[in-house]
Design a protein around this ligand. Structure first.
Ligand code: NAD
Length: 367
């Protein structure tokens, strides 16, 4: 038998720029062309975003091929949509020198990033997020993917964008429920990384909800700085990146048990309150923080009660299949104090006794 070694040079370190501002969408195409001079472009957006002025603002009079995901939202975040998009790109004779532009919320960004990662073994993707979720979270960090009929993001790959352009004025057309729910990710960022940011959110929520340019830019910058710092430290979620899942263990379970009737942010708000209750039961404190959070979520019109048709057993079943699970029981990201995640023996996701979790769910079912 003969053996030989194939030496694969490791990927060069990569980086990308996030541009944040207002009313600059009409200048973005030119910036993309400068960044990626040779290639053809392909835009992926969805039916709702296509109805707004944003697509026109981005493209001007340029006739760039595009795919409009219909219907918009999670329903279309599946492999059939990916196949349709890829076949459309082939019909337009796009080669390996093309680049994909994602204009939309997290579903568009996740689908477009996944398409870009696999089209002819990978082409660049540019993220232009237009929701509070996408601007705070999904456009940065390189997680992409689509759902299977069984679970969320079952098909997935890391694909960092070539650039991100955050124009906060695109948020003006987003409906209020979506806008408010997406702000929960900003609150999560403050809780895990920056107590002063939580104070800022409390003090400036009125301006944020009025969609004023200055506070929206401020939170976009803060969110990107916090997420980027975590992702730079642990790009492939081996450990520290798990802190971004604060509130997501019970949050995801409630979202899934509601059959996605609750928006992600609404469910994560419940998950954040659950984490706070667990922190108190473990003697980590945070009584005052809980009151602050209840008020903040109240101002966002987010109910903190687990919907009536969901049972404790459903939630326990779903969390036993969580991605942070060890021996069929999840680990939880918890706060040591506002702005700092608890780290035990170098781990950012901590084992919590089943009894404590059950008592916490009971409290949130009764609320
Ligand atoms: P979404 O993309 O479905 O957008 C919500 C709704 O708003 C849709 O109907 C959309 O058409 C509409 N919309 C988007 N922008 C608009 C605008 N400016 N004006 C008017 N309407 C607009 O949902 P989302 O909340 O942005 O993202 C949720 C998705 O993101 C989920 O699939 C989730 O798994 C994913 N996600 C991914 C990451 C990641 O790291 N990759 C992080 C968080 C969430």
């Amino acid at each position: 038998m003969q053996k030989m070694e194939v030496k694969i040079p490791s990927y060069p370190k990569s980086s990308y720029t996030i541009a944040i501002g207002a009313e600059f969408l009409s200048t973005v195409l030119l910036q993309i062309k400068k960044l990626l001079p040779a290639g053809q472009l392909f835009v992926i957006t969805d039916a709702n975003v296509a109805k707004t002025k944003h697509l026109k603002n981005l493209l001007g009079k340029e006739n760039i091929p595009r795919f409009v995901i219909t219907p918009a939202g999670e329903k279309s975040k599946n492999i059939n949509t990916v196949t349709k998009i890829i076949e459309q790109m082939e019909k337009k004779s796009l080669g390996r020198d093309c680049a994909v532009i994602a204009l939309g919320g997290g579903t568009v960004g996740d689908i477009a990033g996944f398409v870009a990662a696999i089209y002819k073994r990978g082409v660049p993707v540019i993220q232009i997020p237009t929701t509070t979720v996408a601007q705070a979270d999904s456009a940065v960090g390189g997680k992409t993917g689509v759902d299977s009929s069984i679970s969320k993001n079952a098909f997935g790959i890391f694909k960092n964008p070539a650039a991100v352009f955050i124009d906060v004025s695109t948020l003006k057309t987003l409906d209020e429920r979506q806008f408010n729910a997406g702000l929960v990710e900003s609150i999560k960022h403050a809780l895990i990384a920056d107590a002063n940011y939580l104070t800022y959110l409390q003090k400036n929520l009125k301006g944020i909800l009025a969609r004023k340019q200055k506070p929206l830019e401020y939170i976009a910058v803060k969110n990107c700085k916090i997420k980027a710092a975590v992702v730079e430290d642990d790009p492939y979620e081996k450990n520290k990146r798990r802190i971004l899942n604060y509130g997501h263990t019970i949050g995801h379970a409630v979202e899934s048990a509601s059959n996605y009737k609750l928006l992600h942010g609404q469910a994560v708000a419940i998950g954040i309150i659950a984490a706070n209750i667990i922190e108190q039961k473990l003697g980590l404190g945070g009584k005052e923080r809980l009151e602050v959070l209840k008020k903040l979520f109240g101002r966002l019109n987010i109910s903190l009660k687990i919907p009536k048709n969901i049972t404790k057993w459903q939630i326990l079943d779903i969390i036993s299949r969580d991605k942070k699970t060890v021996q069929k029981w999840p680990r939880f990201v918890l706060l040591e104090k506002t702005g700092k995640v608890l780290c035990k023996n170098g781990q950012f996701a901590i084992q919590v006794e089943r009894k404590i979790v059950e008592e916490t769910i009971d409290i949130l079912l009764k609320k």
